[in-house]
Design a protein around this ligand. Structure first.
Ligand SMILES: *Cc1c(COP(=O)(O)O)cnc(C)c1O
Length: 372
């Protein structure tokens, strides 16, 4: 049936997720595995979220609230925005797909940066739209391998449906200044939907954050996406959302599945919003862990990309795959970046102090063994 699939789908490569712990246990028969591959919160979710998810299990025979009313009310309060301007997704991935289905298709194009989040090309190509990949900043630049918004703007034309911007970006961790984002929004034509993907927003230094909430008032073509998968520690439940204009929200809701968030997910996400302390603790732990891991990587003579997220991408100066494989035998799951054409790079999620320590020690052994 391959030839019967739509042309965009025929050319797709499935998203390669981080290797699950259970899979490595099965393959190598080892224990005490640390997964630092998917930018999950090493502290897990708030206990309030756990309790809420378990309580929701009492009503398994009922459909969830298809409008996610209670969660959207809570988010409306958090962001000081009307609830009708919030679109819930099964993870923010779902919101990215809704945008593609509403605004992209044959004859349209989507613009994004080289080394940007892998889901942008997938959702674009799946609906038959053209991919326009803008060159990233150079590896020698002060902000290396990052989005170059001027280069992205140069790819925009009358057929551009969507521009995807990740800030900070995954897998690089690099970020854009608030001024650069603002200037881009001023310059881009109004017919283009600009997606500002802020999956790692909470990890950014407050002084480096862009005020996306204020930008939403000035730009009705802006869609800001956020997620409960990263600092909120709810990746398993799949909840994300978009903040946008009435008009875009209305269009996304037309293509959204009626029950795209399950009851446990809705309840846990809402409950997690009440635990600001958990978020503060998670961010503080990430800040400390980032310094620890960065120092460790630099100590091993590796080049580390600047990051405002909960992971670091680093350059081994030689192919990353053999190092990734050897680290698996040490019981540590990192993320290879060859699928991003960053063949010499690996990405590591910032873990607990102990996890980071084990990771650096193991990496030191692996690099020494491979140099011998
Ligand atoms: C992890 C991530 C997301 C969030 O995905 P979910 O579907 O919400 O789990 C979105 N964008 C980027 C850039 C990410 O790294």
């Amino acid at each position: 049936m391959h030839d019967r699939a739509m042309p965009g789908v025929q050319g797709l490569t499935p998203y390669a997720p981080g290797k699950p712990v259970e899979e490595l246990e099965r393959e190598l028969g080892i224990r005490n595995i640390i997964k630092l591959a998917s930018n999950e919160n090493p502290l897990g979710a708030s206990p309030l979220a756990h309790e809420a998810a378990i309580a929701a299990m009492a009503e398994l025979s009922r459909y969830p609230d298809g409008n996610g009313h209670a969660l959207r009310q809570a988010l409306a309060l958090k962001h000081d925005i009307e609830a009708k301007r919030i679109v819930l997704g099964n993870g923010s991935n779902d919101v990215l797909e809704l945008v593609a289905r509403a605004f992209l298709g044959p004859g349209r194009n989507a613009v994004f940066s080289d080394y940007a989040f892998a889901v942008y090309p997938i959702v674009t190509q799946a609906v038959g739209a053209e991919l326009r990949v803008a060159e990233a900043t150079s590896a020698e630049s002060e902000m290396p391998l990052a989005h170059d918004l001027e280069a992205m703007l140069a790819h925009v034309d009358g057929d551009t449906g969507v521009v995807f911007i990740a800030n900070p970006n995954n897998p690089t961790g690099t970020w854009l200044t608030a001024q650069a984002i603002e200037a881009f929004l001023q310059a881009v034509p109004d017919h283009v939907v600009v997606v500002l993907d802020e999956a790692y927003f909470e990890y950014m230094l407050p002084t480096l954050r862009c005020d996306s909430r204020a930008l939403l008032e000035r730009h009705s073509n802006l869609l800001v996406t956020r997620t409960f998968s990263k600092v909120y520690g709810l990746a398993a439940l799949r909840v994300g959302y978009g903040l946008t204009s009435d008009s875009i929200a209305d269009l996304l809701n037309r293509v959204r599945q009626p029950f795209n968030n399950n009851s446990a997910a809705l309840a846990a996400a809402q409950a997690s919003l009440a635990d600001a302390e958990h978020i503060n603790r998670s961010v503080a732990m990430n800040d400390a862990g980032k310094s620890q891991l960065e120092a460790g990587l630099l100590g091993l003579g590796l080049r580390v990309l600047p990051s405002q997220a909960n992971f670091l991408a680093f350059d081994l100066g030689k192919p990353g795959q053999p190092v990734f494989d050897a680290m698996l035998h040490e019981g540590i799951i990192l993320r290879p970046l060859a699928s991003y054409r960053l063949v010499d790079y690996l990405r590591v999620t910032i873990g607990t102090h102990e996890e980071n320590k084990r990771c650096i020690e193991a990496l030191g052994r692996v690099l020494q063994a491979q140099a011998a």
